[in-house]
Design a protein. Structure first.
Length: 553
């Protein structure tokens, strides 16, 4: 009989929970130290028909061969709807294998912990891969822990295993010499089903670590935080969860943990059109981490099918600073097909920021320098896209630009006639109800526009023509009709000239977001995804004087 036939034989005999419990007991689930809940289950179903010797033999053979006949039987007799309150979704073997392979390539753990173990698919696979590691399984469902105990016994792993029936957030781990591996599929339970006391636990525990947490977070977010509290420097881990946390506000805690103490290494997002779990309609993302590390980048990738996961060693490196700045990570998993060898994304070299919103251009923008205000609050600024289109390569004529009035939030620095002039100006603005406008009312000080520092390169972002990328020779400011490109490191003028030259000649309308009528828009994060030559190529082009993208491509 093949392993597959053995699995089928064990599963078919189990027609209800009673048969599953009796089969688990016959396989060796009655460990010393069983909890009262587990003993009640055993007693409740003890009177039913026991499994035959044949069923026991075929089930043991299936377990020895790496199968999970008990978990398969459980998924067959307990519907998806019935398992949903506990977030029970059993992981397919290819996903388990990929995560175990990653663990094997990244350390030699002395202990393995599965936070929502179910029947033990992860624990059995990792325990076989790491024969010297102790094993800890945790689950809140006594049916699951009985199946786990039975599987561990049948696989000959019981002597180095511990099973905890209870909440993972309450788990305590002894200190050991050597690293711990945290591996598994945390239960997916939406926040509506989480007790308010645990929501308070999430927020208070996060606050103790200097982090923010939302009460709208699902249970998998709780488990990431619990792992951070249990883990020690040198521990490693990989969890598969739904991928929602990449982009939603409540997922910010997971993003903070991976960028901080959890030490995120890589993220592998399974295409949403693929159902990674046969019994649940949910997305899937595998996060790999090494506690205590803070790498300068993380690998992120999108896989079209589960078979593409491999050993979880692929992905595009994304600089940590870009992940810190972004509240949507899914965009980084999308491969940029226009990124030739030796190129990078603009965001690796520069931040892109839209200019400030004045809220009332008729008040804060003036075309005349004859304004009865101190010169120190008047800034020559790009206030229309045509300012940049007209300038062409370099913005060098300040007289062509209007002024933006940008008062500091603290007006106490002004005295005498300067303060009098400012007070008169603000009184006139109030007569126009400028201070009641949405933008002004939501500023730290309603009268302070908050212009950004001058950017060395300015760009238009909405037009029926490709963006203008203009060198800002006069340190002009800009409002929200333009983007500023701010280098992440100091770049000399020749590099900046070469970068702007490349962008002027290489960027096309097709790279933006097109609206009706041919109007095309580049949001800051979209502009950061534009392909540019690497810094080495930019230096080379600047040195030999070729400048533009044609010579560098």
């Amino acid at each position: 009989m093949s392993d597959a036939d053995a699995t089928i034989a064990g599963v078919e005999w189990v027609t209800d929970l009673g048969a599953l419990v009796r089969l688990s007991v016959a396989l060796g689930a009655e460990w010393e130290g069983l909890t009262a809940d587990e003993r009640r289950l055993i007693k409740k179903y003890a009177a039913g028909e026991p499994p035959t010797a044949g069923v026991l033999a075929t089930t043991r053979k299936a377990i020895a061969g790496g199968g999970d006949p008990l978990g398969d039987a459980y998924c067959r007799i307990v519907s998806t709807q019935e398992r949903r309150p506990l977030g029970q979704t059993y992981t397919p073997e290819p996903i388990v294998d990929a995560m175990v392979n990653w663990a094997a390539n990244n350390g030699d753990p002395q202990r393995i912990v599965d936070p929502g173990t179910g029947s033990g698919r992860y624990l059995l696979a990792t325990a076989r891969r790491f024969p010297n590691a102790s094993v800890v399984g945790c689950d809140i469902d006594p049916i699951a822990t009985l199946m786990l105990r039975a599987n561990l016994t049948a696989a000959g792993l019981a002597e180095r295993s511990a099973v905890h029936l209870g909440d993972y957030r309450e788990l305590e781990l002894d200190e050991i010499d050597g690293p711990t591996l945290f591996l598994g599929n945390p239960p997916y339970v939406r926040h509506h089903q989480i007790d308010p006391s645990w929501k308070r636990w999430l927020q208070e525990t996060a606050r103790e670590r200097g982090l923010a947490a939302s009460s709208l977070a699902g249970l998998h977010v709780h488990f990431f935080l619990a792992t951070a509290t249990l883990g020690r420097s040198g521990d490693i881990g990989a969890f598969i969860t739904s991928s929602e946390w990449l982009d939603v506000n409540y997922g910010s805690l997971v993003r903070q943990l991976l960028l901080g103490e959890l030490g995120g290494q890589s993220l592998h997002v399974i295409d949403p059109t693929v159902a990674p779990f046969a019994d649940a309609t949910t997305t899937g993302a595998i996060a790999c981490f090494k506690i205590g590390e803070q790498p300068s980048s993380m690998k992120l990738r999108h896989v079209k099918q589960v078979s593409d996961l491999g050993a979880l060693d692929g992905g595009r490196r994304v600089a940590r600073h870009r992940l810190v700045e972004s509240n949507r990570w899914s965009v980084f998993t999308r491969v940029n097909p226009k990124l030739p060898l030796g190129y990078m994304e603009l965001g690796e070299l520069c931040r892109v920021h839209r200019g400030a919103v004045t809220g009332a251009n008729n008040v804060w923008v003036s075309s005349s320098g004859d304004i009865d205000l101190p010169d120190s609050v008047l800034y020559r600024s790009v206030t229309k896209a045509r300012d940049l289109f007209k300038a062409g390569i370099r913005l060098s004529e300040p007289a062509d630009l209007k002024y933006v009035i940008d008062l500091p939030t603290d007006l106490s620095q002004f005295e005498g006639t300067d303060r009098e002039r400012i007070d008169i100006f603000l009184a006139d603005a109030k007569k126009l109800n400028v201070h009641k406008g949405y933008v002004a009312a939501n500023r730290k000080a309603w009268y302070s526009v908050g212009l950004r520092a001058a950017a060395p390169v300015l760009a238009t972002y909405m037009a029926r023509r490709p963006p203008a990328f203009v060198r800002n020779d006069i340190s002009a400011r800009h409002i929200n009709i333009a983007h500023g490109l701010y280098p992440r490191e100091e770049l000399d003028d020749t590099i900046l000239d070469t970068l702007a030259s490349h962008l002027r000649t290489a960027v096309t309308l097709s790279q933006g977001r097109m609206y009706a009528g041919g109007l095309t828009k580049f949001e800051p994060k979209e502009m950061e995804r534009l392909p540019i030559p690497s810094l080495d190529l930019l230096r080379e082009a600047a040195t030999d004087g070729t400048g533009g993208s044609t010579q560098m491509d």
